[in-house]
Ligand binder design. Structure first.
Ligand SMILES: C[S@@+](CC[C@H](N)C(=O)[O-])C[C@H]1O[C@@H](n2cnc3c(N)ncnc32)[C@H](O)[C@@H]1O
Length: 377
């Protein structure tokens, strides 16, 4: 019989409940939303399945040790105690991430380095070989979380952030994180059979995530490569079955359902190119247009977009007319639709001039943002 283990899936702040809902849908147990993520219990294969299916998680971490830690010597000694030779087979590569909060140790790079030294020294002492470090795509990525002098060491199941779906060829200047885009769509309660429009789609992240959802395609299916596939306990037969089941459950995407538009033809070309990487990519509709001239494809549907929100001084005033125009266009032409605007600039959001019926607080990295709902009767 397989034994259950504890896991922690991380998400952008504000998306924890959405992620908890996803984990529950996957049938995982003891799902508990916290700050910046959700704890759950699962058997190994179900945790791997979660990596494939989760849309809003950035990482799935498996805690393997916890201990009090105030100094680098304490950290080194505690990490040295662990049987790394059981987790790192010969030839496997290693990486360490560290996040710190309210602790005596204050430099995350130093903490990561000290942890790496302890792992490497332990392996050298016990096996005589030392792993190479691969910061980008390590076979074993260790996460050190030090909060109020309490250290949690975890294995990062996927080994890279799950927002990297594998469909983005050429990121433009301000793409939305795929996991955040999926979270915005989940929060909008878009019914996947109804029309979806992003009128300022940039590289297409929102329409592409919408298409993955509507076709029931797990985001990991685009490029299913994870660190746990290199681990000594990897079960290739079980994993193949998980991937095959996910493939079999995908549904065709109807044409004329999901739309992306942008006024910039060069950025729109990137969106098209990103869509080409997906099996149903040709079913999406792209249109080069200024939002003020774009008309709804049907009588009702869901519109979601993140307009530019200008982080530098002076940009706010330049963008004010755009936000006013968004409000005017929605009011004049999008009656019958539900619109959701995601922005990190609250003064600009007020220029839309419509009263939101919901305001949801979310974080885009460190930036506090709002997802605003406008019901256009
Ligand atoms: C913050 S970016 C959107 C990023 C996008 N969500 C992504 O993931 O790549 C804003 C986009 O709005 C577009 N835009 C700005 N003003 C517009 C307008 N009036 N009509 C249509 N698109 C506009 C820009 O060209 C830019 O691509």
């Amino acid at each position: 019989m397989m034994s259950s283990q504890h896991f922690f899936a991380t998400a952008a702040m504000g998306l924890e409940e959405v992620l908890a809902g996803e984990l529950q849908q996957l049938g995982l147990r003891d799902v508990q939303a916290g700050r910046g993520g959700v704890a759950f219990t699962a058997e190994k294969l179900d945790a791997w399945r979660a990596c494939l299916h989760l849309r809003t998680a950035n990482r799935v971490l498996q805690p393997i040790a916890e201990f009090p830690c105030q100094t680098s010597d304490e950290l080194y000694a505690a990490v040295m105690e662990l049987p790394w030779e059981e987790l790192l087979g010969k030839g496997m590569t290693l990486a360490v991430d560290a996040n710190l909060r309210d602790s005596q140790l204050t430099h995350s790079r130093f903490v990561a380095l000290k942890t790496k030294d302890a792992v490497v020294d332990r392996l050298r002492d016990h096996t005589g070989w030392r792993p190479n470090i691969d910061p980008k795509s390590a076979d074993l990525r260790i996460n050190v979380h030090l909060a109020a002098d309490h250290c949690t060491l975890s294995l990062d199941l996927a080994g890279a952030s799950l927002h990297r779906r594998g469909y983005r060829h050429d990121p433009n200047l301000a793409p939305l994180r795929e996991t955040l885009a999926a979270g915005l769509i989940a929060l909008s309660y878009w019914e996947v059979e109804s029309p979806f429009v992003d009128p300022m789609c940039g590289s297409g992240t929102l329409p592409l995530e919408a298409a993955l959802m509507a076709s029931r395609t797990p985001p990991g299916l685009v490029d299913p490569v994870y660190s746990f596939q290199s681990w000594p306990d990897f079960d290739a037969v079980g994993w193949t079955q998980i991937v095959e089941e996910a493939r079999a459950a995908c549904q065709p995407l109807l044409a004329g359902q999901i739309f992306g538009a942008d006024r910039d033809p060069r950025i729109l070309a990137k969106a098209r190119r990103n869509a080409e990487g997906l099996p149903f990519g040709s079913q999406l509709t792209w249109q080069q247009s200024d939002f003020s001239r774009l008309r709804p494809p049907r009588a009702s549907g869901t519109l979601i977009c993140n307009p530019p929100y200008g982080q530098r001084l002076g940009e706010q005033e330049q963008l004010a007319p755009l936000y006013r125009e968004i409000g005017d266009t929605l009011k004049q032409h999008w009656t019958g639709w539900t619109a959701w605007i995601f922005t990190g600039n609250l003064p600009l959001a007020k220029r839309i001039g419509l009263k939101p019926s919901r305001r949801i607080v979310l974080y885009n990295g460190p930036i506090e943002c709002r997802l605003l709902k406008f019901e256009l009767y």
